[in-house]
Ligand binder design. Sequence first.
Ligand code: PLP
Length: 460
Amino acid sequence: MSIKYVPEPFRIKMVEKIKMLTREERIEKIKEAKYNLFNLAAEDVYIDLLTDSGTNAMSDDQWAGIMKGDEAYAGGKSYFKVLETVQSIFNYNFVQPVHQGRAAEKVLFPLLLQKGKVAISNMFFDTTRAHVELAGARAIDCVVPEAKNPELRANFKGNMDVEKLEKIILEHGPENVGLIVMTITNNSAGGQPVSIDNMRNVSKIAKKYNIKICIDAARFAENAFFIKEREDEFKNSSIEEITKIMFSYGDMFTMSAKKDAILNMGGLLGVKNDEELFGKVKANCICFEGFTTYGGLSGRDLEAMAQGLKEGMDEDFLRYRIGQIQYLASKLDDENIAYQSPAGGHGIFVDAKAMFPHIPYNEYPGQALAIELYIEAGIRTCDIGSYMLGNDPDSGKQLEADFEFTRLAIPRRVYTQAHFDIMAEALLEIKKRSSSIKGYKITWEPPILRHFQASLEPLK
Ligand SMILES: *Cc1c(COP(=O)(O)O)cnc(C)c1O
């Protein structure tokens, strides 16, 4: 039996028309797009679940803030508002706004990572891994083994494997570990949360070997909500209190504010108390992003950020947001459709390998399901599997991913219960005809990050 939908803690004041093409039109559009969903015009999509990044609906208070943005080049009012808000939420002394999450990575990582160094994470997000590597260092994932088993329901599948972490540190020598990155929630593992207990244990090891911790904080509020629900010690704590405790275990953070801060664009970089490091952050920021009091954003973006950070931590909002995803998950349970379970914070990662056992990894089951979802109901999703992973840089051979997922990422405050019912119905319809669905082959691909641009063709 599916669980009840948590009603929206808001009402709708502005709407955006979306169009629904016919099935025949969608078949034509996806063919024209060379079976790559990134090539579709957004207009031709009915429910867009490509990402939850920057696709959120802002509130009336955020839009009101936009009118009040101070566009001074230096020392604008909106900057000071962000500064105060961020300092009071996270208890970090130094704050630098930037234009998005990867900008914070670009500004910070070269200061801590160089050739010969490694960075270790519970799992790197793709741009985070790219910036570790661009700085000349190597990125090592160290997630708990539960994360790799989609069927297994555990409370904190995003956690760092603490024993393995210590082994990796000793193997490489503590002096060569430039950074530990704690990604909360763990995006690449399916938006799975990280517990405070885990952050505490990672922090003990980091202190023991004198290594700094950077929190990759894109979905910090969703993580705090999961902690409140699942970690007994914190069941009576507020989201604000849990957030302060989580961040007490980091030395710095990078944040894409396009997620839990409910923006369309924005990012943050925080440093707890290392003034010397922050001096270098400011210098890099001026080179790459713009002067320190705007960091690549306009004053109006900063206003929306200060407001969005607070709204994103509202417990009623988080209960509704996570509740939407759990509602969809429970519908999939009813139909025996496998996904990374329990459901994570920002979407459902459907197990395409389980849906299409006859499609091997090198014929891209996750991409095949994404294409079917578009044809079935105009839903746009993406592959998180071997298609996204790509080829071994040395041998040029297709790598096999741990998972073959199709991700339904849910934008914040955008879709309603009826849309969620359509998602579940579409997946059920596809499941009914799953044995007739074929894999795909790539007919053209660029050398890196191929999934954004590649062309595909259905196999006969
Ligand atoms: C989105 C994201 C980033 C990168 O942020 P952008 O705003 O897309 O540049 C980094 N880490 C995690 C965990 C993310 O989800």
